[in-house]
Design a protein around this ligand. Sequence first.
Ligand SMILES: *Cc1c(COP(=O)(O)O)cnc(C)c1O
Length: 411
Amino acid sequence: MTTAAELDAADPLAPFRKEFELPEGIYFVGNSLGALPRAARDHVATEFDRWSSLGVEGHFTGALAWKDYHELLTGPLADLVGARPAEVVAMNALTVNLHLLMISFYRPTPTRHKLLIEAHAFPSDHFAAESQIRQRGFDPTESLVVLSPRDGEETLRTADILSTISEHGDELALVLLPGVQYYTGQVLPMADIVEAAHGVGATVGFDLAHAVGNIELALHDWDVDFAAWCTYKYLNSGPGGVAGAYVHERHVADPDLPKLLGWWGTNPSTRFEMATEFDPIPTIESWQLSNAPILPMATLRASLDIIDRAGGMPALRRKSELQIAHFDRLLEDRLAGRVVNLTPTALNERGCQYALQVVGGNGRHVFEQLEAARVLCDWREPDVIRVAPVPLYNTFEEIDRFVDILDEVTR
Ligand SMILES: *Cc1c(COP(=O)(O)O)cnc(C)c1O
């Protein structure tokens, strides 16, 4: 049996931990807010300096010109989600992007009006879907289809997802599901979902909040219509960081898609002539509304640079799978009968997050004791403790320490 010390010593990503500033204790909550990359301070300071010395000319000056700053993020984000550069942009915040993309991709008609989400959708996604239905003059009690796990089960079965899609068939307008479910950590079978939805003539959007930076994605090849994600979880951009959006290449220049417009979506070479003729950028950038928030983009650049130097998503996932194997074995050896993990066991159905449930219903108390022992993790109602060993900055030794503490507080 390989020890944590041996695994840490052999870990090619171990040096990257030093590039983050971590709170005291065991930081296992990067699924909620990623750690601060040290270099973010320099990237932001650079923008303060440019603002100070250049003022408004910072928009147009040098390699970091603010009017083009979002382009610096496109390539790295496209790599992380498996997309082409024309399909990806950093803009706004996650829920805002879900709305903007639903304006384009949820186009209900009297016969095809249903929007499929999951019963345990993150509340913001649920609210967004419901309000989109109302905005179009439909009634959520008829148009919102809610997919639940079977009684007594926590995760969704692929067969049930696919049969629900075919059951609603030609009434189904849009499927909006997560790539990774925020509560259980389950990875949904995205390629199969797209195939089934397209098979009945529906479009598909994924919320990748818990997927991006956690698991490998291939949005373009899977033929996903659209997606959106935040970057403050596994992409470490900081609280309220700028979000990402993806639209498949075949849609990006479609003049028939309804869209809300702003000046950042029009041709940049004529934008500043201030004409009112909209000349859409022939990429997803035509969905941009406003000039970009440079400071949160600067912090995100710092993190994406680290991820790139670490070898990108394949390297992160390689380590993550070793951490999962190590953690699983300790849970089995040390905590069987006291703690169960609701996350699926198959590697293709899980990322780095665990959804731990304390047997006997004492979860809240155990969570409080973990907090008191300086384990940073989170509690999700009704009874789950979420922990995520993040391959970019968490060690195998921290997994050992966490299990020691959990062992002690569940005795
Ligand atoms: C984190 C998260 C959000 C948060 O939305 P914001 O618009 O970034 O505040 C929404 N949906 C899901 C699934 C999330 O995991």
